[in-house]
Design a protein around this ligand. Sequence first.
Ligand code: SAM
Length: 275
Amino acid sequence: MTSLKQVLKNKLTKKELAALVTSYDVVGDIAIIEIPSILKPKEKLVAEAIMQLNKHIRVVCKKVGIHRGIYRRQKLKIITGERRKTTIHRENKVLIKLHLEKVYFSPRLSTERLRIAKQVKPKETVLVMFSGVAPYCLVIAKNASPKVVYGIEINPVAHRFAEENVKLNKLEEKIRLYLGDVRIVVPMLKKKFDRIVMPLPLGGENFLDTALSAIKKGGIIHFYDFKDVTGFEIAKEKVLKACKKARKKCKILRLVKCGQIAPRTYRICIDFKVC
Ligand code: SAM
């Protein structure tokens, strides 16, 4: 298979080739690349090479900054291809429509979503806090047999895409979506859940009390965090402290690395049972 470096071999200098970031995300038919400053004058060449290598890609964007703000959005600039940032992504037997800049979405979490879905037992009632465009809700509803999956999201644009995605996948019977702050919506639902997923790795600990107030006895919570290898015990401590404060006993089942975000730093998930 021809590689990006091979395609660009005669178009970039040795120094530029060394700086080339050869891995990139693909969401639907859009590629998202990183362009180091030395390659900025040649970014169009890089983007065109990616299109040449992947015939299904229609747009190539570059990252401009990191995920920011409460909605965790990221600015992107189109370098080549069609002038759009909306696409339909396919993973784990579901279709996910989204606008890449107006909502959070990561294709890198598909394995993690399936890992959670595989744990869901028939007839469970599941809550996905911070549900975004509903990837966790969709993957769980499609690949497991829950009674209902609830999703709560504060970004109105993400919530609208989530509603569209539920229809797109014909999962209206299985998924209920709410627009709003988890802290306000969870008590309003007046429900207890068999399983709660908390995919907010930055600051998720501030919602552990809300999750603990809504979990059934014997239920399982999936708590996400970003930590370097020396910080895994600190993440476990967050869980134990919140359980102690809520006067609930818990058992940590496992700590899973579900993505690397920097050298030695990981997105982790702590699965714990509330007894
Ligand atoms: N679960 C989605 C996914 O995996 O694609 C989105 C995860 S993203 C890291 C976190 C999401 O939480 C964002 O869509 C953001 O808008 C939402 N969010 C942040 N604070 C929230 C809150 N207090 N209540 C509900 N949603 C919130």
